[in-house]
Structure formats: structure tokens, C-alpha cells
Design a protein around this ligand. Sequence first.
Ligand code: FAD
Length: 445
Amino acid sequence: MSKPITIFWFRRDLRLDDNAGFYRALKNEKNVLPLFIFDRAILDKLANKKDARVAFIHNEISRLHTELKEQGSTMLVRYGTPEKIWRELMKTYTIKSVYTNHDYEPYAKKRDTAVASLLSKKDISFHTYKDHVIFEKDEVVKGDGTPYVVFTPYSKVWKAKLKSRITQSGETYYLKPYPNKKYFKNLFQTKPEKIISLKEMGFEPTDQTIPNRSVTQKIIKNYDETRNFPAINGTSRLGLHFRFGTISIRDKAFKASRLNETFLNELIWRDFYAMILSHFPHVAEGPFRAKYAQIEWRNNEAEFKAWCEGKTGYPIVDAGMRELNTTGHMHNRVRMITASFLTKHLLINWQWGEAYFAEKLLDFDLASNNGGWQWAAGTGTDAAPYFRIFNPYTQADKFDKEKGYIKKWVPEFGTDEYVGAIVDHKEARERCLRVYKEGLAKAEG
Ligand SMILES: Cc1cc2nc3c(=O)[nH]c(=O)nc-3n(C[C@H](O)[C@H](O)[C@H](O)COP(=O)(O)OP(=O)(O)OC[C@H]3O[C@@H](n4cnc5c(N)ncnc54)[C@H](O)[C@@H]3O)c2cc1C
């Protein structure tokens, strides 16, 4: 029988250093062999074979593979459905234990339960750790132990907890980096395996530009003043890297906590939505507040198409959608405006918009995307009340005063070629108020 090994399973934590679960595996075990599975249950659903996220992951896995090779080890890279792959691995190797980091999405939780049960039949232990967020699940809860559903009190307790443990050397305990490198000697020493190519999985390289893994101190320092203006480069563009763990949240939260409170607040929103998804998985299927299920969406397909293509005749909405379609990114202010427009002006079910963003956003993350959409539609936890309807014109006047953003993405703006507005703002606003009110009245019986 072969030498017993421990497998560390990488998922949304694609880095070797400051990685909680990987650290525990290296520290507690010997012969640690890293693994990544290109999950067909996810990949087979992607219609776009040039999906930039798949190319990005493939690149990052190749990078990790090279880094591990330098340590005399390798990264096992498999392509298939996780349960099937694990059955095969159990036949090939003598596995003592498996380590990985928590993933809070409903599909991931189901997958991990199934894998844990499979492993337990062979007495293989399965250890999982918090890595993706600063505080998870029940770490920040109300006095009575129930989860917060409103952001402000949650963020206050979050910050108090962060400050509550300072180590002897003056470090914030919860943001301390894990020194993985110290234990690289416990990596399984073996010949490097060949990695499956993008092409072999039916995908191709992307034309989209991947944002940098780092952000200047200047951007974080000025974040509170610049973050609302889509024409300027005033946000970090780190979303994709947080999503796939190519950077550590502890590192960035540490810097943010010193440089800019507003930036730290955004990272807390990320924890907040991950916590909401973990406690209330039903949000992935429908409104957080059940009574909003009664709203009679118009769901006009031609209008949805116009929204997707950036042809609504509302310049700030169209600019946002075109930025998304071209780059895989949309500025946060504009995400709020386009989402509000779809759900309120057009009365299209927020789940249609959620799915479209999920397909296009490089930084797509189920918890934050769902949270953002339910916020905009007024159906969510800490949602904007339904009667607060963004006016796309005044939003543009305020946040894109010089029209720099609009002109960049809608070059025909101001000419005869630009389409007329698909709905009248005042009429759409009144219709929205009426339909929401009727839906809620119906729910209340
Ligand atoms: C309708 C809608 C959909 C959204 N979909 C996503 C999504 O799929 N993935 C995603 O990461 N964010 C999503 N957001 C939140 C936010 O728009 C993006 O995180 C942000 O625009 C990413 O750009 P950035 O990296 O430059 O962020 P920065 O402004 O530099 O913020 C730094 C980081 O903080 C986190 N963050 C910032 N704002 C939020 C927020 N409101 N909620 C949760 N986390 C936040 C992100 O990880 C972000 O990278 C959505 C917001 C809305 C209104």
C-alpha cells in the first residue's frame, strides 16, 4: 500500500500563503498533497466557452502548480464531478485525512456533506476551516444568539469583536496571517503531474482584462471620497481576487482598518452577505421576505433584452450594462442604479437580473450578488424600502456630472442615433409604487 497522505482541497482560496485550512493541514500532518477539481457540475452550465473566470482559475492553478513544483511537490488537478473524483482518489491513494476551507453556498454545502460522508466510510477524517471571511456564521450575532439581518448593528458588533483581541505583539488576533511557508517541508514530495488544459475542458482563453491583484495605498486612503464616481479609478477592483481567494481577506482588512473606515465597511458588507446566505439559504431561491413573493412582475422579454444590451435610452443604465458586457465589471454605484431600474422601472423580477450578473461579472459571488439584488429590489435583509426609487437622471447628474462615464460607454449619447427612453420615468415610478403596494396588500391578505 502507498504511503498515507493528507489531501488539501483548494476551492475559493487559491493561494499558498496565509491560507487557514492549508496551514492547519501543513502544521498538523505530513505528506500534504494539494488538489483542485474543475467541477463539471459548474462548468457544464457555462454557455460562454470564453468565460474569463474559467481562464482566470486555470491560470491561477498553473501558478500554484509551478510554486508547488519549486517545493518538490505538485498540485493534483482533476476534471469531473467532486464525488466521482473523490472515489477515484480513494482508490489511487492511501488517504489519512482531508483538509479544506468553508464555503457557504448551498451547492457547496451539499457537495461537502456528500464528500465528508463518502470519506467517513473509509475512516478518512474531513477538516474544514474559516478562511474566506473575517467572521462567519455565528461569530457576530445578537445578544440572544440569533443572526443580525440589519447591517449597521451587525457592523458595530463586528468591529468591536475585531478590536477585542489584540495579541501580545500588538497584532489584531483575527487578522493575523497564517505563516504557511514555515511548514512547506510537510508537502508531499512527488513528481509534478501534468495539468489538464483549458482546451481539453472545452474552454478558450479570454479577451477580457483581469484586474490587478494589488491596489495602491492611495486608492484605499481616498476611497470614501472617490468610490461613488464611476468615471474615475476610485475603487480597488479586487472583487475577483476576493472571490477566488487569490488574495487574503485578512491582509486587506488589516490595511483597510488602518487606512480607511469606509473601505473596511465594504469588506464587512461582504461578511454580512456571506453570513446571511449561510443562515438563510432560501435567499438563493427567492425573496428574503416572503411577502415580496406576491409582486406581479411584468417580465417583458423585449425590455429585458434592451436592459441587457444597454439600449434602454437611460444613459447611466446603458453605460453600466455596456461596461459589464465588455469588461466583466460594473461600478458599484451603477450596479445599484441598473438593478433598481430593472426591478422598479421595468418591474422585471430581480432574479432575472441576478442571473444575468452571475453570468457576466468577473467578481460574481452568490452571497454578495444576491444581497445586492435583493437590496435593490427591496425584498432583502437590509433593503432599500420599495418606495425609495432611484431616479437615473439625478443619479447621473450627481455621480457622473461631467458625463465622462456615460460618454465612454455610450458614444452615441447626445446624437440622433441614441435610442429614446423605453419607459417614462414618472409613469414607471408610479406604476412601481402601485404594483408593489398591491403585491404587499395581497400577501397581507
Ligand atoms: C446588484 C448588485 C450586485 C452585486 N454583485 C456582486 C457580486 O457578484 N460580487 C461581489 O463581490 N460584489 C457584488 N456587489 C457589490 C459591489 O458592487 C462590488 O463588490 C464592487 O463593485 C466590486 O468592485 P471593487 O472590487 O472595486 O470594490 P471596492 O469598492 O473596492 O470594495 C472592496 C471589496 O469590498 C467588497 N464589497 C464592496 N461593496 C460590497 C457590497 N455592497 N456587498 C458585498 N461586498 C462588497 C467586495 O469584495 C469588493 O471587492 C454587487 C452590488 C450590487 C448592487
